[in-house]
Design a protein. Structure first.
Length: 315
């Protein structure tokens, strides 16, 4: 199968964890141990989040006051290279020496008139207390929003429209290469009034871009790997239950948190609808079972006629 695996931010840096190179490498190593199990016999594309990393780079850039901070599109490109390098190295250490890898800087077109530019929603960087977040917002002109019991900086997250490097990705797959691309949702770009392609101050949602990537690659399966084993209804309540199978229309009947599960469900539903294939949202540890078609994760497909719940996944 041709498979797109979208690694959530937890695969790189867990909530509240020190933002060190060592911590990120350890998490990537754990993710790669799972991915290595599904390489044989499949064509593999890996996308990943970059929220914590791009936020950290923005902080580091702002600390050098002699020049203006680097824009988010440039910082996003830096994270694609940094994270891709670590994934290549850790996965390469688990696979035969002959296995080729490639990390592609991936430019993604967005609409300059996207309303997201007027309403920042995408969290980046570390979490802060309310007091610290409000101070930073005042000093730096940031937009901030609650993130659980903490606060984070938020930036515009426009819709991905077109992936410019889609043809090189296809060429590499045809040669047996494992491709790492569309990191952090890709580098956000627009065509200016003169028709030139330029970067913009934004971070594209990784899951929505991964759905577009999977659709344009004619992938057989989209796997959205996160830190929970399935999509839950009534999360944290005595009535919580895990969805095992559903169609996109069935998922539309429920509401999911905009800052966490919501984009993942929307991305999975988009791919299932537009590609006519299957998307699965599940735990990183279950990737092998998900690819094997076993009872793992939340499987979303237009061929499903009745919503199914997983027994034993209740509070």
């Amino acid at each position: 199968m041709r498979i797109v695996i979208a690694l959530g931010g937890n695969a790189l840096l867990r909530r509240g964890e020190a933002m060190t190179a060592e911590a990120q490498r350890g998490n990537v190593r754990a993710a790669c141990e799972q991915i290595a199990r599904v390489v044989e016999g499949n064509e593999l594309v890996i996308a990943h989040g970059n929220g914590p990393q791009v936020g950290l780079l923005a902080l580091q850039s702002a600390a050098y006051t002699d020049v203006s901070p680097y824009p988010l599109d440039v910082l996003g490109a830096q994270t694609e290279g940094m994270i891709g390098y670590v994934i290549e190295q850790e996965l390469g250490n688990l696979l035969p020496f002959e296995q080729p890898f490639a990390t592609l800087l991936t430019q993604v077109e967005v609409d300059a008139a996207d309303p997201a530019f007027q309403s920042p929603t995408k969290p980046i960087g570390p979490v802060y207390s309310r007091e610290e977040a409000e101070r930073l917002a005042s000093e730096k002109g940031w937009s901030i929003r609650p993130d659980g019991d903490k606060f984070r900086r938020v930036v515009p997250s426009p819709e991905p429209k077109h992936i410019f490097e889609i043809r090189p990705v296809k060429w590499l797959l045809e040669q047996g290469t494992i491709v790492i691309c569309a990191g952090g949702g890709g580098i956000p770009t627009v065509h200016d009034e003169s028709g030139r392609l330029v970067g913009v101050e934004a971070v594209i949602d990784k899951d929505l871009c991964s759905a577009l990537l999977a659709q344009q690659l004619d992938a057989d399966l989209l796997v959205i790997a996160t830190d929970v084993d399935a999509v839950y209804l009534d999360w944290g309540q005595p009535t919580q239950r895990a969805i095992a199978t559903a169609s996109p229309d069935m998922m539309d009947e429920f509401e999911f948190a905009a800052g966490s599960m919501g984009p993942k469900v929307e991305a999975a539903c988009r791919f299932a609808r537009h590609a006519g294939k299957t998307a699965v949202i599940g735990s990183l540890e279950d990737i092998g079972a998900i690819v094997a078609g076993e009872d793992a994760g939340t499987r979303i497909s237009t061929s499903i006629r009745e919503i199914g719940y997983r027994q034993g996944n209740t509070a």
